[in-house]
Design a protein around this ligand. Structure first.
Ligand SMILES: Cc1ncc(COP(=O)(O)O)c(C=O)c1O
Length: 499
């Protein structure tokens, strides 16, 4: 048996890899006697010790067996693996994979859009935040402080509900900044809103359970409901968010209603007090829970931030979910829930079994950030910066498109919804594709019909003002080319649908 050894990789690895491959691919049959370690070492000019280590490793893994006095042999009971031509056989399934019902439902859904960063130069992706806005120096300082504090102590499993110091800090912050009166015992630290949605579905929803969602709805919530097999009851939104007059009758047996009342996603509507009270009243009569996704309301540019639904809840029917994805960074995967007292234990059990708890080092740093006053200073600073970005985007869109563009949802959050009047809604995806070719990232919005025009979500938190202006100037060229084509199409001269 000849091995092909070079001096590039460690000899021990090469001998191990080649012997194992020869055994797995059946180039050496089960039961064959191997040369002695000394003979193999001499033949290849390597030390005997190197060969001995490899033989011992292959023996320990069950590829080889020894017979006292007779030598070392290839194991007889090795299952046959077909030669694939590649160095290792391709992994392949022996039989059709049997997926769970959950996974089968999931395979019919496109969840890839959730984590999509466009990577484009002018990305108006609504998930982006600016690297320059992240308080990196403070975060580094607090992280080091925490690591020093923990020196010599093992990093053990922590409280599944979240670090007590973070829950206490959040309770104070939520009281000051969001008018929420929550005790630390009602707070559950999670890995972002997506986990809050997932836990709410696990705890409250079975396959075929009725779940109210907004129409249009945040895809992270809609997809999670669909994967769970929930029966979705979409309720249309208008400029004031979800319309409670259109909710299903209270006898429907709705188990959960998912809403974004402070800044409807994607349309941007802010739900007025009368609608909030009507929604709460409906939930009480229907005996259902409301999941309030308060994902970006720290950023409100006119007047003070809107009071959350949770702050009006007297019957313990609102499950509140907040996240740092917009205010710090989505990659931190940190979020928090405020739970009605009756739901604390069920959620806690589900969280513990899902992932034991959220990473504790980041939790500790976030707690320091709030406690030391950095967080609210950071919010004030980024609110000003995002307002400048929003103003730059509004001004650039108005200059570039004039009355051709209709803009909604600008009062809060980090994105706008823009509708180009002269372009058919059916062309939205094509416009987004053409824009991408010009390095501009925009997302076609799933906005209900109600006025003609193609609608897009445009986030602005990841760009500086100059890039916003440049991105809109490029977008103008794309949109104009679609206008021209639409006009030619209407004049009957363009037979083919565009593009
Ligand atoms: C409606 C809504 N909720 C939540 C989030 C953030 O989710 P997460 O906290 O899991 O990052 C987003 C992100 O864009 C969102 O649009």
């Amino acid at each position: 048996m000849m091995l092909h050894l070079d001096r590039e990789a460690p000899l021990q690895h090469q001998i191990y890899d080649q012997l194992k491959h020869a055994i797995l691919s059946r180039r050496i049959k089960g039961g064959t006697r191997l040369p002695s370690s000394r003979a193999l070492a001499d033949r290849h000019g390597v030390s005997r010790n190197t060969v001995l280590i490899v033989y011992e490793q292959l023996l320990a893994e069950g590829y080889l067996e020894t017979r006292p006095g007779a030598g070392t042999f290839i194991g007889r009971s090795m299952p046959e693996l077909k030669e694939s031509g590649a160095q290792y056989p391709e992994p392949r399934s022996a039989r059709p994979v049997r997926l769970s019902r959950y996974s089968e439902r999931l395979s019919g859904l496109d969840v890839s859009t959730l984590n999509r960063g466009t990577g484009l130069r002018y990305s108006f992706n609504y998930g982006s935040v600016s690297a320059a806005d992240f308080p990196a120096d403070i975060w580094r300082r607090l992280l080091l402080r925490e690591i020093r504090r923990r020196a010599g102590k093992p990093y053990l499993y922590e409280n599944p509900q979240g670090l007590p110091e973070l829950r206490a800090a959040l309770a104070d912050y939520l009281h000051r900044g969001r008018w929420i009166d929550a005790r630390p015992e009602q707070i559950l630290i999670v890995n972002g809103s997506q986990q809050a949605i997932d836990l709410a579905l696990r705890v409250l929803v079975d396959p075929n359970s009725a779940v109210v969602v907004e129409e249009p709805c945040y895809s992270g919530a809609r997809l999670a409901c669909e994967a769970m097999g929930a029966r979705l009851l979409p309720v249309p939104v208008d400029a004031d968010g979800l319309d409670p007059a259109l909710l299903p009758p209270v006898e429907t047996g709705v188990r959960l209603a998912y809403v974004t009342p402070s800044h409807q996603f994607p349309t941007g509507g802010v739900m007025p007090a009368a609608r909030r009270l009507a929604l709460l009243d409906w939930a009480t009569r229907a005996g259902t829970y409301i999941l309030e996704d308060d994902y970006d309301s720290e950023y409100r540019y006119e007047g003070r931030p809107v009071e959350p639904l949770q702050a009006l809840d007297r019957a313990g029917q609102v499950i509140y979910s907040g996240t740092v994805s917009k205010v710090l960074a989505p990659g931190l995967r940190l979020g928090y829930m405020v739970l009605p007292p009756d739901l604390v234990q069920p959620f806690l059990r589900a969280k513990q079994l899902t992932d034991r708890h959220t990473a504790s080092l980041e939790q500790a740093v976030f707690a320091h950030l709030i406690r030391d006053g950095h967080f609210e200073r950071h919010l004030r600073r980024t609110r000003r910066r995002n307002q400048r970005r929003r103003d730059a985007l509004l001004a650039a869109l108005t200059t570039a498109f004039g009355t051709e563009v209709e803009i909604a949802g600008a009062k809060a959050g980090l994105h706008l919804v823009v509708r180009f009047r002269g372009i058919s809604a059916t062309l939205a995806a094509s416009v987004a594709e053409a824009a991408a070719q010009h390095s501009v990232g925009i997302t076609a919005a799933e906005v209900r019909a109600g006025g003609d025009g193609a609608s897009f979500v445009m986030g602005y938190a990841g760009l500086d003002e100059a890039d916003i202006r440049q991105g809109v100037a490029l977008l103008r060229e794309v949109v104009q080319s679609f206008h021209r084509r639409s006009q030619r199409g209407r004049g009957g001269r363009l037979s083919k649908p565009v593009p």
